[in-house]
Design a protein around this ligand. Structure first.
Ligand code: ZN
Ligand code: ZN
Length: 364
């Protein structure tokens, strides 16, 4: 079968022929990949900044965002049958007994760093025709979500963030815990992670603002507007002006990977505010930040900064519910996130090129 692979040592990216995997254990599930999403992580891997092949393998099959159809199951599989749709999770636990998060099914909080991630670190990914994995890493998706379920994995960034916000809001007596309808949230960035986060926030009742450098007539900003979020251009308005427009900023969902603008917005976070970082910046030269102001605000305003990576099973399951809800509430906006669908033969070009919001490899 065809797979898109990177060869870090020879710096090549190409389609290769790999053996089709088979169900070998009683709890394994085989998926025919229907679609695989392309994201910034894939672009980093194919530009050799990131990505680790499995041990003793010269190449890594990339892709970590996928939707598949079950074609075969082991004798002990429950809850999934041939014909069902499923989305495979990304991270797999490390082998160490001392890692309580991995031993308790939360490798997204792994403490050893020896986890693997399919398509990213130490395990082949999903830009291929078939995969096999244990049922515990497969999340069933209703057939009605066939056209958009490839967005589930990027949505789980927002879902895990929401899980963190709920835990952090539990300390507060007020609205962030009980009723966000009087609160304002700011999304930094209008890429797929930002826009899916904005959908989650709008759906959760927040007054939602999107702050990005996109132009007001870009497709990204049109989607933000279509779902009822308000757009503020970071090219035209400073973070201080953003805060004047928004009022008390209770929540920031960072989805840019850009440190400078993120810390500038952190310096205008509101009373009892929570700032969630999801982006991974490149390691560039140090930047200047207003550390005194940020530290003063953190203390005097009871603020929390929280980073979050990857997602557990609950985030995937909540994401399935949310995708269904988004499709009901703003169907055109959800579909508009996918700006290109290309066949597997053209996957290399789709990964190496830029442009559009989300490109998807339509494998089957
Ligand atoms: Zn991704
Ligand atoms: Zn671990």
């Amino acid at each position: 079968m065809k797979s898109l692979a990177v060869f870090p040592s020879s710096r090549e990216v190409r389609l290769i022929d790999t053996p089709e995997p088979v169900v070998a254990g009683p709890t394994e599930v085989k998926l025919r990949i229907l679609e695989a999403g392309v994201c910034g992580t894939d672009r980093e891997i194919t530009s050799f900044q990131y990505g680790t092949p499995p041990a003793n393998c010269p190449h890594l099959v990339i892709g970590h965002e996928a939707l598949g159809e079950v074609t075969d199951v082991g004798s002990g599989v429950t809850g999934l049958a041939p014909g069902d749709l499923a989305v495979p999770m990304v991270r797999r636990p490390c082998p160490h007994d001392r890692c309580a998060p991995c031993r308790r099914g939360r490798p997204d909080f792994c403490i050893t760093g020896d986890f693997t991630e399919r398509g990213i670190k130490g395990a082949h990914g999903y830009m291929t025709e078939f995969i096999v994995d244990d049922q515990r890493y497969m999340v069933k998706v209703p057939k009605e979500l066939r056209e958009v379920a490839v967005l589930l994995e990027p949505l789980t960034v927002a879902e895990k963030a929401a899980e963190q916000v709920r835990a952090l809001a539990a300390r507060l007596p007020g609205e962030l815990k009980d009723d966000p309808s009087s609160l304002s949230a700011v999304v930094l960035g209008a890429g797929p992670i930002g826009l899916l986060g904005a959908m989650k926030l709008v759906n959760g009742g927040f007054h939602t603002w999107v702050y990005s450098r996109d132009s007001a007539d870009s497709p990204n900003v049109k989607i933000a507007s279509a779902i009822g979020a308000r757009f503020v251009s970071s090219a035209e308005h400073s973070p201080v002006e953003l805060a004047q427009l928004v009022g008390n900023i209770s929540l920031v969902y960072e989805a840019t990977g850009a440190a400078k603008v993120s810390f500038e917005v952190l310096s205008v976070l509101g009373v009892n505010g929570v700032f969630i970082f999801t982006g991974v910046p490149g390691v560039l030269a140090p930047i200047e930040i207003d550390a005194e102001r940020i530290m003063r605000n953190l203390v005097l305003n009871n603020q929390v900064i929280c980073g979050t990576v990857n997602a557990g099973r609950a985030a995937f399951e909540e994401g399935v519910q949310d995708l269904a809800s988004f499709v009901k509430r703003f169907p055109a906006a959800v579909s508009a996130l996918i700006t290109a669908r290309v066949v597997l033969d053209d996957a290399r070009d789709a990964v190496l090129s830029r442009g559009g919001i989300k490109s998807v490899i339509a494998v089957a």
